[in-house]
Design a protein around this ligand. Structure first.
Ligand code: SIN
Ligand code: MN
Length: 267
């Protein structure tokens, strides 16, 4: 559970980072499974224009390790605490940001997409990022503009060109104005760290030209009463099952990692 100070910090800055929330064994099984998912040829796996994996959607619906992560109490409980009600999975994706080839995510607010494309009533969905690799200043960390969530949802343009993934993006003047007020931060850390951020927090990331991949799992947990009204995207991108998530046991992922023969692979 979060402390009062952590909740106050989230409301002020729009984000909160909990380093090393998941143990090396837990992360190792997720990393292995992410690599396996990226090799699959299925509509949920999107590739960069050059063919490298960019993101894989909905792995919690077809992969046991990610199913356990998607119902993990270390993520579900803090978000229930902030929203004061049960949550369901609006979106689940594993972003690759592959070594040498991972491309940019332009500046945007996620609620811009959830509102326009999915008909989500309010910005009462939380983004949770779980680091599967070490996130460093050099391998395309997520860049956040602190306090930008206080601006509400901003004008955006639909960028269908820059990358393989369509995105409602902010113009340079808007980003400059917000950065003058809030600056830019890039939370970094070891695999297993967890970052929570507000649906209206402005964020993006640069390309990755290093040999170090930067895989991050993103869960979007939406308050059940705020479920989407007008989905236009496929079900595997914007889920329409609004059933509240029942958290699994805290050690469920660890037990799965051990039973699937991973103990030796984790340091
Ligand atoms: C996103 O904003 O959805 C992804 C950003 C990233 O993984 O860098
Ligand atoms: Mn985003």
């Amino acid at each position: 559970m979060l402390t009062h100070e952590q909740i106050a910090q989230f409301h002020e800055d729009g984000w909160l980072f909990l380093p090393e929330l998941f143990a090396p064994e837990e992360v190792a099984v997720l990393r292995r499974e992410a690599e396996a998912v990226y090799k699959e040829h299925r509509p949920e796996v999107w590739r960069e224009k050059n063919g490298a994996p960019r993101t894989a959607f909905a792995a919690h619906t077809f992969n046991e390790a990610f199913r356990l992560l998607g119902a993990h109490p270390r993520m579900i409980r803090p978000v229930e605490q902030i929203f004061g009600e049960p949550v369901y999975m609006h979106q689940f994706k594993i972003n690759a940001k592959s070594a040498f080839t991972g491309e940019v995510w332009q500046w945007h607010q996620d609620y811009g997409t959830w509102r326009r494309d999915d008909g989500m009533p309010e910005a009462r969905a939380m983004n949770i990022a779980v680091f599967l690799d070490e996130v460093m200043p050099i391998n395309g960390p997520l860049l956040l503009v602190p306090r930008s969530q206080k601006e509400g949802n901003l004008e955006a343009g639909h960028d269908l060109e820059t990358t393989s993934y369509p995105l409602w993006t902010l113009d340079n003047d808007t980003v400059t104005r917000l950065v003058e007020k809030g600056g830019i931060v890039a939370p970094t850390g070891k695999p297993g760290g967890m970052l929570m951020f507000h649906g209206n927090l402005v964020h993006g990331s640069a390309g990755n030209i290093t040999p170090y991949p930067r895989k991050i799992v993103y869960l979007t947990l939406n308050a059940v009463s705020n479920h989407i009204q007008k989905p236009t995207r496929p079900e595997f991108i914007a889920h329409q099952d609004f059933t509240p998530i029942q958290p699994v046991e805290d050690d469920a992922l660890l037990r799965y990692a051990r039973s699937s023969g991973l103990a030796a692979a984790a340091e």
